[in-house]
Write a protein that binds this ligand. Sequence first.
Ligand SMILES: NC(=O)c1ccc[n+]([C@@H]2O[C@H](COP(=O)([O-])OP(=O)(O)OC[C@H]3O[C@@H](n4cnc5c(N)ncnc54)[C@H](O)[C@@H]3O)[C@@H](O)[C@H]2O)c1
Length: 411
Amino acid sequence: MSNVLDPNLAPNGKEKIEWVKDRMPVLTKIGQELADNKTLRGLKIGMSIHLEAKTAYLALILKEAGARVYVTGCNPLSTQDDVAAGLASLGVEVYAKRGVSEKEYRNHLRMVLSSHPSLIIDDGGDLLETYCSQNEKWILYGGCEETTTGILRLKQREKNGTLPFPMMDINDADCKHFFDNRFGTGQSVWDGIMHTTNVLVAGKVVVVAGYGFCGEGIAMRARGLGAKRVIVTEIDPVKAIKASLDGFEVMTMREAAQVGDFFITATGCKDVITGEHFELMKDNVLLANAGHFDVEINLKDLAKMSYKTEERRENIVGYYLEGGRIINVLAEGRLVNLASGNGHPAEIMDMSFSLQALGLKCLVDKCGILENKVYNIPKELDNYVAGIKLASMGIRLDQLSKEQAAYLGLN
Ligand SMILES: NC(=O)c1ccc[n+]([C@@H]2O[C@H](COP(=O)([O-])OP(=O)(O)OC[C@H]3O[C@@H](n4cnc5c(N)ncnc54)[C@H](O)[C@@H]3O)[C@@H](O)[C@H]2O)c1
């Protein structure tokens, strides 16, 4: 039995799912292929994902391909209750509500696992960690992991020999991180910040912590929105040079803290902004996180320094410091584009979720061959997704002649 906030919200959720369908032609086609080749027929799939319209459409595609699908969130604040209700009304088992406590969140993960799925889709690694932490075990084909932070957790398990089944690394497929982490995060983080705050970006100083794929996208879009200065902080010398040559200022967080109006973390690391930085910030700055976990902005430090906190607007908490300054934190420091927004554009997730669906097929097709390791998506599947996407965009490519292919050593 599904466990959602209010089943009456289903019509609104179904409308949202219907809206994204038209913008996800690659996933629609791959879903049709999966239904035709019956790979997933009768299998149980457990999913822990940011439950909004695009992920709901992925769950539906898998259901329509013949699987029984069990879904929960991967972050207590990113579930959209209307979408959860809509998905449940369409025959998917859903255990998810926005704003659940940590205990309920963990309980929902366990409910998904209690169906004994033979495949999982994870985003950030909590579903797999929950499987590892419980005594009850069963045989799975394996699973797919969506994001950078989840892959880091998987690689640690692979290294110490405790990965319980094969996992496909979706994040590192080109059609995922090139577009999702960069262009998806770039647009949706600003969408989340702007609609939450309703403040102007033009003329402001934006500080982006981390210049990986997500940070690049956020910095690029800050420039496009007219930010007066875009400052990057980094710990990796090569990324720092790249940011500098891309035209951004690079400095330490201590230096940036004194001049920024917006601070956005996208590192996957903890304690990127802490007490020593809050001490230096201007009045009324805005802080948001785009990284997977809510560990990048140290809110414990901030709470200790504050004499009061107050919800100043939906999803914005003001921390009032002695001396009169206010520091505003968006979405409790959870990933702002999903906790206070609609996530990435559907056209982007079309590719990421197509890779998820193909990753599941790979796991079933290669059952018995794969070891308990982290596998990259085969390059031909990446190219397959790119090819369908280009066709849907009406873009054609030149083709290599035999002679050219031979010249490049491709024959
Ligand atoms: N918000 C979203 O929708 C979304 C989408 C994709 C990925 N993510 C998450 O965002 C995070 C970043 O992902 P990515 O793909 O850009 O990773 P990445 O590894 O490409 O980049 C992270 C960058 O942060 C830098 N960094 C690490 N610690 C730092 C610190 N203390 N200070 C400054 N810089 C530091 C690293 O050197 C690296 O360049 C991950 O947690 C990932 O799971 C979020």
